[in-house]
Design a protein around this ligand. Structure first.
Ligand code: SF4
Length: 293
């Protein structure tokens, strides 16, 4: 793939300006992880199922991007959705990631533990779709919680059936992508269905977990007043858990990756939202009582 050792300049969901994000990140790629040696294909599949290994695209250390404080963000490989605005299509296939053992991941967290404590940070699993490797992610979270490290899951919730209530116990915060407010647009934007996102939001709320909602604003695609109203109504279903909603303006920083992978990029000429549209959407969410960033 040729991308696994790159520094990451953006995360797919925050859609941050690249310079700003780059100045907030350290490390990157897959430095510091040894690949498990001596595992044949069958062993790997078994280890994947038990969560003894996970396929990782890359990781970085960042501040105030993927959760509170200084965080180690691990980008897992594999995603069942195909969002039109995906910033990281190089994370779609699990096999393009590198196998990392549970032990190596836990040791890495241990190494940064003091930094996490000092900055009130912790570990974030992102992707790809972090839930695609639910066993690995939840076992790392469990170990992190035993060390007193804050845990954050960045997900669309699409695979929430794979994430048991017991696994949810070890999540402190969820960055929940609500990609659209109605089925038709959701399908158009992601190729998937909306119901699992709503279900996961409700399950998190029931378990008393915190949620930061993320909504990518794409003019003409997710921007209609009706769609935004529907997203707000969805968030109302787990309102007590929602700390704020991040409205993320679409931009074109991901285009180069689609080109690099020779994938036809459906939003080639898409523009980002103007100031007026951003203001309107912010006010719409605020009128439902949400704090909006
Ligand atoms: S859910 Fe998957 S396809 Fe959608 S933006 Fe995230 S990584 Fe890309």
């Amino acid at each position: 793939m040729g991308t696994s050792t790159e520094f990451r300049s953006t995360t797919r969901h925050m859609l941050k300006e690249s310079k700003e994000y780059a100045s907030q990140t350290l490390m990157g790629g897959l430095s510091g992880f040894e690949s498990p040696i001596g595992l044949d294909r069958r062993d790997r599949i078994r280890a994947l199922r038990t969560g003894d290994i996970g396929f990782v695209h890359s990781w970085d250390i960042n501040t105030s991007v993927d959760g509170p404080g200084t965080r180690m963000t691990v980008f897992m490989s594999g995603c069942p959705l195909r969002c039109l605005y995906c910033q990281n299509p190089d994370t779609w296939k699990m096999r393009d990631g590198k196998p990392v053992t549970l032990d190596a991941m836990v040791k890495k967290i241990e190494r940064y533990k003091d930094l996490f404590t000092a900055t009130k940070g912790g570990i974030t699993f992102s992707g790809g779709e972090s839930m695609m490797q639910a066993k690995f992610v939840s076992r790392v979270f469990h170990a992190a919680k035993e060390m007193g490290v804050h845990t954050c899951l960045d997900t669309s919730g699409f695979l929430n059936k794979d994430y048991t209530d017991e696994m949810i116990e070890d999540i402190d915060l969820c960055l929940l992508d609500v990609k659209s407010g109605d089925e038709e647009t959701y399908r158009k934007v992601t190729g998937g269905t909306l119901a699992p996102t709503i279900e996961f939001g409700k399950r998190l709320a029931k378990a008393g977990k915190r949620i930061w909602v993320r909504f990518v604003l794409v003019p003409g695609l997710t921007s209609s007043e009706e769609n935004v109203e529907n997203v707000a109504r969805i968030c109302e279903q787990f309102k007590d858990s929602v700390d704020h909603i991040d409205v993320l303006p679409f931009h074109q920083l991901g285009r180069a990756k689609w080109h690099e992978l020779r994938l036809p990029y459906p939003l080639e000429d898409q523009k980002g939202p103007d100031k007026e549209m951003r203001k309107r959407v912010k006010e719409q969410f605020e009128s439902h009582g949400f704090v909006v960033y």
